[in-house]
Design a protein around this ligand. Sequence first.
Ligand code: SAH
Ligand code: SF4
Length: 343
Amino acid sequence: MSEIITDIPLNRLPAIVAELGLKPFAVEQIIEWLYRRRVSNFSEMTNLTKQARDELAKKYKISAVEKAGVETAADSTRKFLCGLTDGNAVECVIIPAEDGRVTTCISTQVGCAMGCAFCRTAGMGFVRDLTQGEILGQLILAMRESPEPITNVVLMGMGEPLANLDAVSSSVELMLDTRAFGFSKRRVTLSTSGLLPQLDAFSRRFDIKIAISLNATTDEVRQRLMPVDKRYPIAAIMDFCREYSHRTRHRVTFEYVLIRDINDTMTDAKRLVSLLRGMRAKVNLIPFNPFEGSGMDAPLPETVERWADLLRENGIQVNIRVSRGQEILAACGQLASKAVIGE
Ligand code: SAH
Ligand code: SF4
């Protein structure tokens, strides 16, 4: 089976090009064809010699994902099922916003090992990490499918991105490289359940936006919802965030999924205010998106409003993240491939 060229990290391309007997500047040309023009065939790489194109086509395939299905919601959010070469599948979502931004939400693993109690992906268990070509393949598919240009990328789909650090890092490198996708670094966001050592390393290498899924204000509740809290409890997250915002001058975004009667009391809201005191932080309130078998409920709408008011009164920037594409289970954290879990 031929290798997939989009799986190759930027720093390995010179060696590949040399091996094929091409001039060093072919690296730039290949990057441009793959990630700026996003061709699907080597024959389209017209500034390479015929011989070079043939050699490449003999050794490599370009795409690691193919569109295996699409669902469109009433709010025009679209969810794609991306088939992988081994028969697995992941989902990515295109979310157009009223302000003209078009965000694509991308997966980083098939399933997830983190076991969060409120997350649909967690129910699949962990199957495997995605490769660079599979991560970027979702982005390329979204760019091809979206009638409007994709303006933002969020690594918030299936999986814990920092548990797949190598492929996620080399993918982010290509997202930011101006010769490749050339996204501005403030338009790419990585969301993590809080794997702190990996987050520290990643944040020293890439200056993209960071979001941390907090989802509780006591370790007791957070551990029940997110087993990762046993390793990296709330106090450690807060220490990291203070250091991070001091070092980078950036705000950390906290995601807080409000689940009725579990983490949505006003005592929790007040505790969150105390936790964030003196920190440059932003909070995304996400009403829990229930799914069959979750055994948990969405918060009452007035609870979400009361939380937002209290946080704002205390000078904290708040966004209520409306669940887009709810009926097609397209909200982040709602992704789980039917092909894999056999629904
Ligand atoms: N693994 C990463 C990124 C993927 S999950 C992380 O956990 O941050 C993306 C976001 O979806 C997280 O903030 C998570 O808390 C949220 N989420 C998961 N399940 C959800 C659900 N059922 N309803 C609403 N948000 C959910
Ligand atoms: Fe994994 Fe994130 Fe879902 Fe937790 S919320 S199981 S870390 S995808």
